[in-house]
Design a protein around this ligand. Structure first.
Ligand code: NI
Length: 140
């Protein structure tokens, strides 16, 4: 019998976004997205959960050192925290910064960094936009 071993780090960050598809008219945008299309955007306190899997190292008793996971997560989030995701980052020029798309972008950035650690891999990224709404992203 084999067991899945997971460890999750939860962090918060604040960011604002606007839902706007430049291929659509103003009316089509507002019909689709309502007040989320307002030009000034709006903000959220997002919660990100980063789950890593791997074997428990017999020397340290850890899948990944939490200091390392925290450092990686903070490095990635530095580009997003207290930013306007549409204007202050380069990731949402062609995609709307919905929680689905933010979660995908964060997965890619986290996966790049965590994959440099040969002993563990990124398993799941969960992004809460609000307490009662979250998105999961993982390799299927
Ligand atoms: Ni929003």
């Amino acid at each position: 019998m084999s067991f899945k071993k997971l460890i999750t780090k939860r962090v918060e960050f604040a960011a604002s976004h606007r839902y706007w598809n430049s291929e659509l008219s103003e009316k089509e945008n507002f019909d689709l997205f309502g007040k989320s299309s307002n030009e000034s955007g709006h903000g959220h306190n997002f919660t990100l959960e980063v789950t890593v899997t791997g074997d428990i190292d017999s020397k340290t008793g850890m899948i990944i050192n939490l200091f390392d996971l925290k450092k990686i997560t903070n490095e990635v989030l530095a580009e997003f925290d207290h930013k306007n995701l549409n204007k202050d980052t380069t990731y949402f020029k062609d995609e709307i910064p919905t929680p689905e798309n933010i979660c995908k972008v964060l997965w890619n950035l986290l996966d790049q960094k965590i994959s440099q650690n040969k002993k563990c891999t990124l398993y799941k990224v969960r992004l809460y936009e609000t307490e009662d709404l979250y998105v999961d992203y993982w390799r299927d």
